[in-house]
Design a protein around this ligand. Structure first.
Ligand SMILES: [Zn+2]
Length: 286
């Protein structure tokens, strides 16, 4: 499929893939799921000098994530019960991780009422189930003073409903933010520790995400790949990369370049700010 990209994106210089001392932040990725597409993922993580928050949802995925990222460079763990499978099987492991100090964040957790399958329709029963699992995780984050990683689809009202409690957490990461700028700034004013994370959706032409990335203060912006789940549809920048069936760490320079172009910022300055935002929230002492 061919997709038209705005002309100005074509003119953005992409920072080189792995220059000395340039570190990219990947605030949300799934190493265990990326492995099937990219068996050598530890090498590309290390070569691009990424620091990231690896997301895991169950014990097997966590063990595999640890094996895969062993020796890859600095990384931090978020563990949570995904709203697409709102069951409590892994609750004990989550409790143990949170109390052991081994977690940088709880999540991804949240709400998914996208409606593509019956469990994701917004029925009273589905909402009850997703709320119960989310509230368990919100309480855990509150108790341990941990940041939270949110997955939200068609649930903006719930984000605002929980804003008073979320605002007391050290950081609230809105993974793959796709909302418009007025909602982003309304939430940021209720929850000053909110961080809006942008990925390949920006490259794929998501208008709301692009407008939010342009309008938010730089101190509230993060980058992520959600690897392997958000493949860039096309290569919007000549020579930058080929279209793929998965997203991966090498998308980070183009994501930074796209956000910088939307804001009129220097890519290098934006990369450094995003890195600071990430380490301030999840990687103290790095
Ligand atoms: Zn994810």
């Amino acid at each position: 499929m061919s997709v038209a990209f705005p002309v100005f994106l074509m003119e953005v210089p992409v920072p080189p893939a792995s220059p000395e001392g340039m570190r990219y932040a990947d605030a949300h990725f799934h190493a265990d799921d990326l492995e099937a597409y990219e068996p050598g993922l530890a090498g590309s993580y290390r070569d691009l000098d990424v620091v990231g928050l690896a997301s895991a949802h169950d014990g097997a995925g966590l063990a595999r994530t640890r094996d895969l990222l062993d020796g890859a460079g600095p990384w931090f763990l978020s563990f949570g019960i995904h709203p697409q499978l709102p069951v409590m099987d892994e609750a004990g492991l989550l409790l143990a991780l949170a109390s052991s100090g081994g977690l940088a964040a709880v999540g991804e957790c949240g709400f998914d009422f996208f409606g593509d399958v019956p469990d994701r329709e917004r029925t009273p029963a589905n909402e009850r189930r997703q709320r119960a699992v989310f509230e368990f995780q919100l309480e855990l984050a509150e108790r341990h003073g941990l940041p939270i990683v949110l997955h939200l689809r068609r649930a903006m009202d719930l984000l605002f409903e929980y804003a008073p409690r979320l605002s007391r957490l050290p950081a609230v990461l809105l993974h793959s933010w796709g909302g418009p700028p007025n909602e982003a700034s309304a939430f940021l004013s209720r929850c000053p520790s909110a961080l809006f994370s942008f990925g390949t959706a920006l490259l794929n032409g998501n208008k709301k995400a692009r407008a939010s990335a342009a309008a938010l203060p730089a101190s509230a912006i993060l980058t992520e790949t959600d690897a392997p789940y958000q493949p860039p549809r096309e290569a919007p920048l000549p020579g930058a990369r080929l279209a793929r069936d998965h997203s991966t760490f090498s998308d980070l320079p183009a994501i930074i370049a796209a956000i910088a172009a939307l804001r009129g910022d220097e890519p290098e300055a934006l990369r450094a700010t995003v890195l600071e935002n990430f380490t301030g929230a999840f990687a103290h002492g790095l």
